[in-house]
Design a protein around this ligand. Structure first.
Ligand code: FDA
Length: 320
């Protein structure tokens, strides 16, 4: 039943009609505000400031997927450059250590042109390079988000090119993919920042584990490889068991909290736990999405936890 609901929500996340309906409905502002840091650059900077003041670090994601033309890709890259400048002007883009900036950005290559026909990959690389250069200029870092499995090789290829000039650029690996243990081994090298998450897309059994426990077991194997390696692991999960195992594995492999690895969670999910872990001395980074195109992002969050659908539906009714 939960699986069915999840697939339906993911299907709805790609349906333009439903998108229009939900986007234009008098949706409770509170629901969107719970997961999204605002529609504008200014709002995103203010949300970042609040999180930094609370002792957290931040990675900002300009919402916008499925870029279908060059102009849109250019606009997304420009939005990131504007954001990075605004962070610097607000005094929020410091880099206390080579691998950790207090506020950094997360970029989806599809948003900067990767899926455009013809030279999409080249366009995405150029835009990602511009964003990395803008980040470097203000002391911030960049993480390349990982999307569905058809893009994994392309994204890792672009990452390798970017790292030649911007070595702190981070990769994301998804434990639901069968290939990921191998990718972890390849990327667990000195200076290499790797975010490990479970994975948010609907993937076929030929490439991805389907059962929750298999995804979780893979996560543990992957995090063990990353913690044993020389890189900088970034454990992105809200799963309390995995966070606990991750901290234990870090200790076992001699990685120091607040210095050699970090924990990451999404904005609005387990906020008290984010603060508790930060107070314990961990670097906790909050993934803060912002921008007008919040629909696809919000639907994926709902699909992760069908119980949230009730919360969402209730607020539609109560504020409708
Ligand atoms: P899981 O979904 O099993 O949840 C564990 C527990 O966390 C739940 O029982 C609940 O308590 C809480 N929880 C989880 N989701 C919740 C929600 N929506 N609302 C309320 N509570 C919730 N994916 C991807 O494919 N590519 C990427 O680049 C990224 N990037 C990324 C960055 C960061 C910082 C995070 C935290 C996650 C991602 N993801 C991602 C998403 C990731 O793949 C995954 O879909 C979600 O993190 C949910 O998985 P969990 O590991 O949290 O476990």
């Amino acid at each position: 039943m939960e699986g069915l609901l999840r697939s339906s929500i993911l299907a709805a996340s790609r349906n333009r009609r439903i998108e229009e309906l939900v986007t234009n409905a008098p949706v409770s502002r509170d629901v969107v505000r719970r997961y999204v840091g605002g529609a504008t650059t200014h709002a995103a900077v203010e949300a970042t400031r609040e999180l930094l003041v609370a002792g957290l670090t931040v990675t900002l994601d300009h919402l916008g997927e499925d870029t279908t033309d060059r102009a849109q890709a250019d606009a997304v890259a420009a939005a990131y450059r504007e954001l990075l400048t605004a962070l610097q002007q607000a005094g929020l883009a410091e880099r206390p250590a080579p691998l950790t900036s207090r506020a950094e950005v997360s970029v989806k290559l599809s948003a900067v042109g990767q899926a455009l026909p013809g030279d999409g990959e080249k366009i995405a690389l150029e835009h990602a390079r511009e964003i990395c250069a803008a980040a470097e200029a203000v002391g911030a870092t960049v993480t390349l988000d990982m999307e569905d499995h058809t893009t994994t090789d392309s994204t890792l290829g672009i990452l390798a090119e970017l790292r030649a000039d911007f070595p702190a650029t981070a990769a994301v690996l998804q434990s639901y993919l069968r290939r990921t243990e191998g990718d972890c081994r390849d990327l667990a090298t000195a200076g290499s920042r790797v975010r490990l998450c479970k994975g948010a897309y609907k993937e076929p059994a030929s490439v991805a584990f389907q059962k929750r426990e298999d995804v979780d077991l893979s996560y543990v194997r992957c995090m063990n490889i990353l913690m044993a390696g020389e890189g900088y692991p970034m454990l992105a999960t809200h799963d309390p068991r995995l966070v606990e195992i991750g901290i234990e594995r870090a200790r076992f492999h001699g990685k120091q909290a607040g210095k050699d690895f970090e924990l990451q969670m999404l904005y609005g999910i387990r906020p008290n736990e984010q603060r508790r872990l930060a107070a314990e001395g961990h670097t906790v980074r909050v993934y803060l999405p912002y921008g007008a195109q919040w629909y696809g992002y919000l639907m994926r969050r709902l699909a992760e936890r069908p119980a949230n659908v009730l919360f969402f539906a209730r607020s539609l009714v109560s504020k409708g």
